[in-house]
Design a protein around this ligand. Structure first.
Ligand SMILES: NC(=O)c1ccc[n+]([C@@H]2O[C@H](COP(=O)([O-])OP(=O)(O)OC[C@H]3O[C@@H](n4cnc5c(N)ncnc54)[C@H](OP(=O)(O)O)[C@@H]3O)[C@@H](O)[C@H]2O)c1
Length: 216
């Protein structure tokens, strides 16, 4: 199974690619620039000792080659970039990690989305794909510290139950992550709202926070 990353050259993409590659999974880094994706893949391969195969290419190439595709671009880029990729994502599981945040006067806020959440907007753009929302509360910094377990829960939401189960299993390949079934995709809005809260708490305490759901 190949897992591709649109915008995989950013911090969150690199962190997730590294975590899956160390579990010997086949992962692909997509970019708007082929050289940038090649260099990111090379850098990750050098940083981790694993037999997992990392491939690279333009976003369209990686989307087309992969069975599961992660969307790791800034919220503001989501709509435009998907116009060119929709055809490569038909029938596939598409995992969004996108958080619609804005930075205002030293604080972090959720930016207004056209519909209720970034994940719902993505599903509206990709009507023939199986959109799953996950990983919004897992920081790139934690993901990139590959020798440390993550020690956090990941809430996974989707309207497609089998896709949701696939992504829950995938998430638990990452050391220290427990996947929580967050129910339907419309619940993603609540998860997307937790991340700015965590970032603001990080600034106040000068610490690095994550979430655990207790009672389940
Ligand atoms: N960073 C975190 O700790 C974190 C945690 C949880 C969730 N997230 C979410 O994960 C996503 C990625 O975060 P990130 O920090 O990795 O973001 P980023 O570094 O700002 O962007 C990721 C990649 O997106 C591509 N990109 C940037 N602007 C674009 C545009 N206008 N059109 C098309 N592609 C564009 C770039 O790839 P190319 O230049 O190679 O095309 C870039 O390397 C965001 O939605 C963020 O909210 C981030």
């Amino acid at each position: 199974m190949k897992i591709g990353f649109i915008g995989g050259t950013g911090s969150e993409g690199i962190g997730l690619v590294s975590r899956f590659a160390i579990r010997n999974m086949e992962v692909g880094i997509g970019s708007r620039n082929i050289e940038k994706s090649f260099n990111a893949a090379k850098e990750i391969s050098e940083n981790i000792s694993s037999s997992g195969k990392i491939f690279s290419g333009l976003n369209s190439e990686v989307a087309s080659e992969s069975d599961i595709v992660f969307v790791c671009v800034p919220y503001g880029a989501q709509k435009n970039i998907m116009k060119d990729l929709v055809q490569f994502l038909v029938g596939k599981i598409v995992v969004t990690v996108v958080v619609p945040v804005v930075f205002k006067k030293g604080m972090i806020e959720v930016s207004k989305t056209q519909s209720s959440s970034a994940a719902i907007e993505l599903q509206d753009l990709l009507i023939e794909s199986r959109v799953v929302s996950a990983f919004q509360t897992i920081s790139a910094r934690d993901l990139k510290a590959i020798n440390n377990p993550i020690n956090s829960d990941v809430v996974v939401c989707s309207d497609d139950k089998s896709a949701l189960n696939v992504v829950m299993d995938l998430a638990e390949n990452i050391d220290g992550i427990r996947a929580i079934n967050g129910g339907k995709l419309s619940n993603s809005v609540y998860v997307e709202n937790i991340t700015p809260l965590l970032l603001n708490i990080n600034m106040i305490y000068k610490k690095h926070t994550a979430i655990r759901i207790t009672g389940v």
